[in-house]
Ligand binder design. Structure first.
Ligand code: NAD
Length: 494
């Protein structure tokens, strides 16, 4: 058995060996892409990789389908169902693309070098090095905003990455099982079963809805003792939740939450967090303010994005970025202002659009088109140069005219390819699941809002997500998870 495995491994190694030997082609530019999120991956998918020496750097060797991440917190969907290995995407490209699983710790704009560091558990002899670039695309996203509020980082769960969802899943069950511990006091049971979500944007709303579903569909049937005390509260500083949706959809969400018995606390701004309670400033209807203490078992912090340190550092190196606060200011071709040959996509770039997956995806696709065109333009220009050399050496008039025709044709081609307009976002609509098999949708191409509940919107939400899920493999996995939960309920093991 061992011999056969050995032989197989050897033959695979032999087969792959030539490909693995990635020698950068000196005639091509080196294009470094940072990140494996919505922006970078949609660029990679559409990029003609044979035009550049392409190198991808990311601490995550997979793409994560973030819209379904809230469903992972309750075990409705298994996290691996919404992960797509980056290697799987890269092996489908025509030319070899290098991938380094590492974090970009510093971008030196003057030297045109990215410093990278292997932050995984296992490290080889080399774990810090540098990657030089001719062209750089930054798609590293953002980190969780905490606004410097004390205790947030230490005590709350975020909802951005796979391990965040896993933490929440474990923590919910931990709270439930601890509340059921022998001789627990009634107050402590209440606290442990109080699930508090801070931030009434789509992340907070979707998570609160999924968690309440979990309770209604499974938890309260399996552990009826928690029935009277399990409670979800959504805390929002502004006067209403989902500020990006229309008034009608906000009202619909708020009334659905009321039916579901999720408490929404608006005009409530969290100022301090300890391991057992949050302190919030509440604005009363008469305008007066009061500080309130709210005990919790689970705290999920979903208050939006903040700039990553590596981006802040780069902004400090570029004078044109001095007045930018929320991220890299870019021009209409997504070029980082004041930095030649550096582009930015997704949540680390500041455009006129909200920091959503849809925007990042379209930006990535736009850059792919831009880079493909640039390569084509270069190729035509080279040919033109070659043709005009030939023309001056032509022996007969006939030959010269023939070349001239060819030159005109190439020039026409060049004008056509050069006509690539600036990036324009085309909004396809917003969709948010709000629990109880209901979703809110504002679909721009239907020129109106759909705020409906029940099976139809729910099915629409589901089919929309299934058709968006990247690979057919992911589609199958997510569908199976849904069926599994229908048949057997969610898995409540910790
Ligand atoms: P967000 O920025 O949209 O919302 C954060 C909310 O937290 C705000 O309403 C803010 O007022 C509130 N907040 C901030 N500090 C607070 C405090 N101390 N106390 C109480 N409340 C506080 O964040 P998000 O929901 O993570 O979304 C981020 C981006 O991703 C947005 O652009 C959003 O549109 C997008 N997104 C879209 C979907 C979807 O379309 N279904 C889902 C998730 C995220």
């Amino acid at each position: 058995g061992l011999g056969l495995t050995g032989a197989m491994a050897y033959s695979i190694y032999e087969l792959r060996h030539p490909e693995e030997q990635f020698e950068p082609d000196p005639s091509k530019k080196t294009l470094v892409i940072l990140g494996t999120g919505w922006g970078s991956v949609s660029l990679l998918k559409k990029l003609d990789t044979e035009n550049y020496n392409v190198i991808v750097v990311s601490p995550r060797n997979y793409f994560l389908f973030t819209p379904l991440l809230p469903s992972c917190t309750t075990g409705l969907i298994e996290h691996r169902s919404i992960m797509e290995p980056i290697r799987n995407i890269l092996r489908q490209k025509k030319a070899t693309v290098k991938f380094f699983e590492a974090e970009a710790t510093k971008i030196d704009y003057e030297k045109r070098v990215v410093y990278i560091s292997d932050d995984s558990e296992i490290k080889g002899d080399i774990s810090h090095t540098e990657v030089p670039f001719d062209m750089l695309v930054i798609g590293v996203g953002a980190e969780n905003a905490t606004f410097g509020i004390p205790g947030v980082r230490e005590n709350s769960c975020f909802l951005k990455e796979v391990n965040d969802a896993q933490n929440i899943r474990k923590r919910v069950m931990d709270c439930v099982e601890t509340a059921m511990f022998k001789d627990q006091t009634p107050d402590e049971v209440k606290r442990l079963l109080h699930m508090v979500v801070v931030g009434g944007g789509p992340t907070g709303v979707e998570f609160a809805g999924e968690l309440q579903d979990f309770f209604n569909d499974d938890l309260k049937k399996w552990i009826p003792e928690i029935q009277d005390n399990f409670h979800v509260t959504l805390v929002e500083a502004l006067p209403n939740v989902l500020p990006m949706f229309s008034k009608q959809l906000i009202d619909y969400t708020e009334s659905t939450f009321k039916e579901e018995e999720i408490t929404i606390r608006t005009k409530t701004m969290v100022k301090n967090v300890t391991d057992k309670y949050i302190e919030a400033e509440v604005t009363n209807p008469d305008g007066s303010k009061a500080i309130e203490t709210i005990p919790y078992g689970l705290l999920v912090w979903a208050t939006g994005n903040a700039v990553r340190p590596v981006i802040r550092d780069l902004m400090g190196q570029i004078p044109a970025q001095k007045n930018s606060r929320r991220g890299l200011a870019v021009n209409e071709y997504l070029v980082v202002n004041g930095a030649e040959n550096i582009w930015a996509v997704g949540d680390c770039a500041i455009t006129n659009y909200a920091p959503t997956a849809q925007v990042a995806g379209q930006e990535g696709a736009f850059l792919a088109r831009l880079f493909n065109t640039m390569a084509k333009t270069d190729a035509i220009e080279k040919e033109l140069q070659h043709l005009s050399d030939n023309q001056s050496q032509a022996k007969s008039n006939d030959e010269r005219n023939e070349i001239l025709d060819e030159i005109r044709e190439r020039q026409k081609q060049l004008r056509r390819t050069k006509q690539i307009g600036p990036f324009q976002y085309s909004h396809q609509g917003s969709l948010a699941y709000i629990g109880k098999e209901r979703a809110v949708a504002d679909i721009s191409w239907l020129s109106g809002n759909i705020a409906s509940g029940g099976t139809l919107t729910y099915l629409f939400w589901r089919s929309a997500y299934l058709s968006m899920c990247f690979s057919s493999r992911n589609r199958v996995l997510v569908a199976v998870d849904w069926i599994k939960a229908r048949l057997f309920g969610r898995d409540v093991s910790r």
